[in-house]
Design a protein around this ligand. Structure first.
Ligand SMILES: *[C@@H]1O[C@H](CO)[C@@H](O)[C@H](O)[C@H]1NC(C)=O
Length: 158
């Protein structure tokens, strides 16, 4: 027990005062309806290196693959072929909100867009420490024609 306490204390003294990278994303699940826009923010704090940080968005477990690349702030060839037309059209994009924050934007969510999105920041730290990615689940429910229309459209018989 004493040995454990010493180990914990040593760990705290060694690493507790150092900063550790933290990637943050809203906690999910995010629920949207097909055709609606989606915006997912991701930020990074406690990092070393350049103020302006880069970001990569991936989508996990797609079509039997561990992940596919969605968009990156620094590599225009990053996007998976299955998404390249939507990225070219601006329907899927990454917007920079600041040095350490970006937003993944989907113009019109599709059913197939549902899944786990992962925000990565490539390391600019002298030592790998902390978290370099964060995940959130997006659920895209089928659109229910009529439900989202203004009520006035449903008034008949005048
Ligand atoms: C970073 O993202 C988290 C999760 O979305 C949020 O709670 C926090 O306020 C953000 N921090 C900054 C500095 O924007």
């Amino acid at each position: 027990m004493d040995a454990l306490m010493h180990a914990v204390l040593f760990g705290f003294l060694t690493f507790g005062v150092c900063s550790a990278r933290k990637v943050s994303i809203p906690s999910g699940p995010l629920i949207r309806v097909e055709g609606q826009p989606v915006a997912i923010r991701c930020n990074v704090s406690e990092y070393e290196g350049p103020r302006e940080q880069d970001f990569e968005w991936k989508m996990k477990h797609v079509a039997g693959r561990a992940s596919i690349n969605v968009v990156s702030t620094f590599d225009s060839r990053y996007t998976d072929a299955s998404l390249s037309a939507r990225v070219a059209a601006g329907d899927v994009a990454v917007a920079r909100l600041g040095d350490s924050e970006v937003e993944l934007r989907i113009g019109e969510a599709r059913n197939a867009d549902g899944g786990v999105y992962s925000c990565h920041t490539p390391s600019t730290d002298s030592v790998i420490r902390g978290s370099y990615q964060a995940d959130v689940e997006l659920t895209v429910n089928p659109g229910d024609a009529g439900c989202n229309r203004p009520k006035t459209h449903l008034v008949y018989g005048h």
